[in-house]
Design a protein around this ligand. Structure first.
Ligand SMILES: C[S@@+](CC[C@H](N)C(=O)[O-])C[C@H]1O[C@@H](n2cnc3c(N)ncnc32)[C@H](O)[C@@H]1O
Length: 381
C-alpha cells in the first residue's frame, strides 16, 4: 500500500518548529519593541543583552526621523547638550480629532512599511485675528494672523485628515497657478484659500501648495535653555511653505482640562506642552470662536517651533481649502531663511501681570533677540 504524504497543515507546523528559538525570539522582539515608548523600551533593554542591542538600534533610528517616514523628508534630532536622543510623541502630518488615550504608533525607522498600521489612523472644525499658544505655563499667547493667497486641504491628504466637507470648489480641470476662484472665496477674505477636495482639479493642482507635505529640509536641535528647537537645514525662500501646525483638535473644555494637567506636570518635572489656541474675532473685536490644537501628545514638527520676541522668521497663515470646513494654521517663511537658522514665530504679546499668582506661571524667554522681554508671552486659556 502506498504511503500518503502528511497533510499540509502538519508540514507547516513542523517547519515552524524548525525555526531556532533565538530567531523566533528576535522576530518577536523586532515586532514588539518599535511599539514601545522610551520608558518601556528602557525597561525591556535592561532584561538582556540582545534586547538592549535591539533597543539601542531602535533609539538610533528614531533619532534619525521624528516624522517616522510620514513626511517627504526625514527630520532628524540632533543633541550635543544632554543624553536625550529624541522627543516622544505620536506623529500626524494633519489635524486629527482628539484621541484619548493617545494611540500606540510603531516607530523604529519606517513606521508604515515595516510595522503596518501606524496607529494614529485608529482615531476617528471665518476670520481669525489672533493665535494663542499656551506653553508649559498656564497661559496662551496671542499673535496677529496675516493672510496671504496660499493654498490647501486637509481631507485629501490621507486618512489622518479631518474631512468636514462643504460643496464649494472650482470646476477647473486644470487651475492656473495663482489664478482660481478658490483663492478668493466670497466672505472669506481674511483667510487664505486654496483648492481642495471640493474642486474639480486634481492633487497636482498648483494651487495646493500646503497639501504636498513638508518639502524643505528641517532638523530638530536641542538647546540648553529652550529644549528642542526646529531649524532650517537648507535655504528657504521668503514666502515658501514650511509646515502646518498639526495635532489634536480639542473642545475648549478639553483644552482647559489638559492645560491644567500640563501645568501640574511642568511644576513637578521638566515638561514641554504644545497646545495652540486660535481665536476668531468678530468685527466688534470680541472672540467668538476658538480652535484648540494640541500637538503635545499627537502632532508634527511644528510643535518644536519656539517663540521669538522679535516676531521670528515665520509668518502664520490661517488657511482654508475648498471642501474643508475648518481652516488650518500654516507657517511660511517671513523672509529668506538660511540653513542652520532656528525657525521661530511670536507666541503673542500678552504677558502675565498678576504679581500674586503669576510668578509661578512665568517662563523665562531665551529667544536672544535684541527686543527680548525676558518672559514668554501668555494669558489665561
Ligand atoms: C511648543 S513648545 C516648543 C518646543 C519645546 N522647546 C520643546 O522642547 O518641546 C513651547 C515650549 O518651548 C519652550 N520655549 C519656547 N520658546 C522659548 C523661548 N523663547 N525661550 C525659552 N523657552 C522657550 C517653553 O518651554 C515653551 O513652553
Amino acid at each position: 500500500m502506498q504511503q500518503q504524504s502528511p497533510p499540509e497543515k502538519r508540514r507547516l507546523g513542523e517547519s515552524q518548529l524548525n525555526i531556532p528559538a533565538t530567531d523566533q525570539f528576535l522576530r518577536c522582539a523586532n515586532f514588539i519593541l518599535p511599539w514601545l515608548n522610551p520608558q518601556e523600551l528602557a525597561v525591556v533593554s535592561r532584561t538582556c543583552k540582545t534586547l538592549s542591542l535591539i533597543s539601542k538600534s531602535i533609539t538610533l533610528r528614531r533619532s534619525l526621523d521624528a516624522a517616522r517616514s510620514l513626511e517627504n523628508l526625514p527630520i532628524p534630532f540632533l543633541n550635543s547638550v544632554d543624553s536625550q536622543r529624541y522627543a516622544y510623541f505620536v506623529y500626524t502630518p494633519f489635524q486629527i480629532p482628539a484621541s484619548s488615550p493617545p494611540p500606540r504608533q510603531c516607530w523604529e525607522g519606517s513606521a508604515t512599511d515595516e510595522c503596518g498600521s501606524n496607529g494614529a489612523d485608529e482615531n476617528p472644525l471665518s476670520r481669525i485675528r489672533s493665535i494663542s499658544l499656551p506653553g508649559d505655563d498656564d497661559g496662551s499667547k496671542s499673535v496677529p494672523v496675516s493672510s496671504r493667497p496660499y493654498l490647501e486641504s486637509v481631507s485629501e491628504r490621507g486618512r489622518f485628515g479631518v474631512s468636514l466637507v462643504d460643496e464649494y470648489g472650482c470646476e477647473c480641470e486644470r487651475c492656473e497657478e495663482g489664478y482660481c476662484q478658490c483663492l478668493v472665496l466670497e466672505g472669506m477674505e481674511e483667510i487664505a484659500n486654496e483648492c481642495g477636495s471640493g474642486c474639480g482639479c486634481g492633487s497636482d493642482c498648483p494651487n495646493r501648495v500646503t497639501q504636498k507635505g513638508i518639502s524643505v529640509r528641517l532638523k530638530i536641535v536641542r538647546d540648553e535653555k529652550k529644549g528642542w528647537c526646529l531649524y532650517a537645514d537648507q535655504f528657504i525662500k521668503k514666502g515658501q511653505f514650511v509646515c502646518e501646525y498639526a495635532g489634536e483638535l480639542l473642545t475648549t473644555d478639553e483644552s482647559r482640562r489638559r492645560q491644567n494637567i500640563y501645568d501640574k506636570l511642568r511644576s513637578t518635572q521638566s515638561f514641554s506642552s504644545a497646545l495652540l489656541v486660535i481665536r476668531e474675532h468678530l468685527p466688534s473685536g470680541q472672540a467668538c470662536l476658538r480652535i484648540n490644537i494640541d500637538a503635545t501628545r499627537i502632532g508634527n514638527v511644528a510643535r518644536f517651533i519656539n517663540h521669538s520676541c522679535d516676531g521670528g522668521n515665520l509668518s502664520t497663515v490661517l488657511l482654508r481649502s475648498s471642501g474643508a470646513l475648518l481652516p488650518r494654521l500654516c507657517f511660511f517663511a517671513a523672509r529668506d531663511i538660511v540653513a542652520e537658522e532656528e525657525l521661530s514665530f511670536s507666541y503673542g504679546d500678552v504677558h502675565i501681570t498678576d504679581k500674586k499668582n503669576g510668578d509661578n506661571k512665568k517662563l523665562n524667554c531665551s529667544c536672544g533677540s535684541s527686543c527680548c522681554i525676558g518672559t514668554l508671552p501668555c494669558e489665561n486659556t
